[in-house]
Write a protein that binds this ligand. Structure first.
Ligand code: AFP
Length: 336
């Protein structure tokens, strides 16, 4: 970061450490790197800028509200879900090292090319998480996960069903009061913010660490009557011990706050969603990798086992989630 001065007067603080140059630097330092990975991240960054622009203009362009269809989960798709999905598909589709892409909005993965045609990686994404909040201008986000393509596995779904611990990178983009890009490639977590004046994500925090504690829990407490008993015991304990509650209902926004300020985010099993509501591969695994890389913890709400060790059996599988500051996750698990 450079502070520029003219005639002895400060003229502003110019941060020109862009996401692009940051990734290129990392790649230059890695032996035998080919640039393939950088191309994929640049596609995600380009799509994120385009989505950010659409989200900001949504009310003006009249693209708020439901589209005609529902997704594979039976949920109403917002018009912007489809726009964000299309933008990511288009940006990623042109990257020569991509074998497969899978979107939360699509029933089946899209096969782009085989390993012997150069397909080295797979990208899984939730194009616009929290989109039911769009009408009221609440923060929403894109979540993504990058996996290697294993040419020895025949089917697309089987190829994607890898444990979260095998992710080579994960990240999210929060379209909030600023547009924030949080990324891990397995070497800690870095945070970038979109500078709209230059059209680049610029590095604002290297090696982000989640506080080990934080007396805030984030959960849809209206579901409490149908939570397994342990979660109610935890909530009683937290309330007796001076905890505060924050819940937006948009995982990226709730998790971003938890990452920066500490605390715990929970989506327990409920009567309506006995396996939990969130998607293992599109939401829980990428967030778990980020939070672990930042020094936190992520476990399932059933049994408290490490999220990244869960073996997926389907790409749209749901899971319960307990994720956040190390000590706060432990405090929840102690009550289960
Ligand atoms: P939408 O994308 O349909 O808004 O769902 C958002 C979400 O998957 C996740 O971002 C939230 O944490 C969670 O659902 C909120 O669920 P509840 O409305 O049941 O609390």
């Amino acid at each position: 970061m450079i502070e520029r001065r003219q005639s002895g007067r400060p003229v502003g603080y110019l941060n020109i450490n862009s996401l692009q140059s940051h990734i290129l630097q990392g790649e230059a330092a890695a032996a035998g790197s080919t640039g393939d990975f950088t191309w994929i991240l640049s596609a995600i960054s380009l799509a994120a800028k385009a989505i950010a622009a659409r989200v900001r203009m949504a009310r003006i362009e009249d693209v708020l509200g439901d589209s005609a269809g529902a997704n594979v989960h039976g949920e109403k798709q917002q018009k912007l879900d489809l726009i964000a999905n299309e933008l990511l598909m288009r940006c990623l589709g042109s990257r020569p090292s991509l074998a497969l892409v899978a979107s939360e909005e699509d029933d089946q993965p899209t096969i782009l090319r085989k390993a012997d045609e150069g397909g080295k990686y797979c990208v899984i994404f939730d194009p616009l998480d929290g989109s039911s909040n769009l009408d009221v201008s609440v923060g929403v986000g894109t979540i993504f996960s990058i996996l290697r393509n294993d040419p020895t596995i025949p089917g697309a779904v089987e190829t994607l069903c890898q444990q979260g611990s095998k992710q080579v990178a994960a990240g999210y983009v929060l379209y909030g009061s600023s547009t924030v890009f949080v990324l891990t490639t397995g070497n800690g977590v870095d945070m970038f913010v979109l500078d709209p004046t230059i059209g680049s994500f610029v590095l604002v925090k290297r090696q982000l660490k989640i506080p080990a504690t934080g007396k805030t829990y984030s959960v849809n407490e209206a579901n409490r009557p149908t939570f397994p008993e342990g979660f109610s015991r935890y909530l009683d304990w937290a309330q007796q011990n001076g905890y505060s509650s924050r819940y937006i209902g948009s995982m990226v926004a709730d998790l971003h706050r938890t990452l920066l300020k500490g605390g715990v985010f929970l989506y327990p099993p409920t009567k309506k969603n006995p396996e939990g509501k969130l998607r293992l591969m599109y939401e829980a695994n990428p967030m778990a990798m980020i939070v672990e890389q930042a020094g936190g913890k992520a476990v399932t709400g059933a049994g408290g086992s490490r999220m990244l060790d869960v073996q997926p059996t389907s790409i749209h599988q749901r899971t319960s989630v307990v994720i956040g500051s190390r000590d706060e996750v432990d405090a929840v698990v102690k009550h289960l």
